[in-house]
Design a protein around this ligand. Structure first.
Ligand SMILES: [Zn+2]
Length: 262
């Protein structure tokens, strides 16, 4: 039987109507297509980099994942590294949140908690969460991800933290299982002090080779800011590539848990 192009379009249109799924099935199907989550977890809250990172994510209608040091805007803050790089403050963090980005705690003063007693470390984490509660609009610790400075946690802190926050991020490999109920430990990798783009590309290749998974890569600043930076142009191209891959969902860590850990 000979079909004209017009016939075909009409027939295809009718079939689509006939086969239309109820909304709830379409929604489930849409979620099912997502099998790989990519989280770039930007630490340290450098002002210029955070603004630029948010702008690049917005270009693709995505939310950035930015983790900041609670006391970085205070006079007594002594940055352990990169003292000349300007940090953002809660004015900026509240603005970025209102634009749909995720801002999470990355320590009180960037101490390495492995070098402190459990009590001292716990005290600093509490101070960090107190500053967030006071300065960050709508902060809910029960939905927060605590991002360890230097990804340096201890078993004792890992046991205690889930009583304070939704989950914590520490070292231990970039590939995590698909988000699941009760998940409190997220692991990540990072690379530095030089440019970390190749390391990110390698982890993304590993992720995409899996049936499903969640990659969390701990990044820092853009261009010349901070430890293990990436170029702004690289981030732009990377997001452009990732949004084209049907199986990939680019999400901040907290949103990934809210959306999928059910
Ligand atoms: Zn850091």
């Amino acid at each position: 039987m000979h079909h004209t192009r017009r016939d075909f379009i009409t027939t295809a249109g009718t079939m689509a109507t006939t086969l239309a799924l109820p909304n709830w099935m379409r929604a489930a199907d849409k979620h099912h297509k997502k099998r790989h989550i990519v989280t770039l977890s930007f630490d340290d809250g450098f002002k210029k980099s955070s603004i630029k990172t948010a702008e690049i994510y917005e270009k693709y209608e995505l939310s950035a994942c930015i983790n900041v040091v609670a006391s970085a805007h205070m006079k007594e803050f002594r940055p352990p590294d990169y003292p000349s790089v300007l940090r953002g403050d809660f004015g900026l963090w509240n603005e970025l949140k209102s634009r749909g980005h995720e801002v999470m705690p990355h320590s009180y003063k960037h101490a390495n908690l492995r070098q402190l007693s459990f009590e001292e470390a716990r005290g600093l984490i509490r101070r960090c969460l107190d500053v967030f509660a006071k300065e960050f609009k709508g902060f809910d610790a029960k939905k927060a991800i605590y991002n360890f400075a230097y990804n340096a946690s201890t078993p004792e802190l890992e046991r205690w933290l889930p009583t304070q926050v939704r989950a914590f991020r520490t070292g231990g490999g970039a590939i995590n299982r698909w988000p699941h109920k009760g998940q409190t430990k997220l692991t990540c990798t990072s690379f530095g002090p030089g440019n970390c783009e190749h390391a990110i590309d390698r982890e993304i290749d590993k992720l995409l080779a899996l049936e499903s998974g969640w990659m969390i890569f701990n990044t820092h600043g853009l261009d010349d800011e901070g430890w293990g930076p990436i170029r702004a142009t690289y981030l732009d191209r990377l997001l452009q590539r990732l949004v084209e891959i049907e199986s990939v969902d680019v999400l901040p860590a907290g949103v990934a848990l809210l959306k999928y850990a059910k």
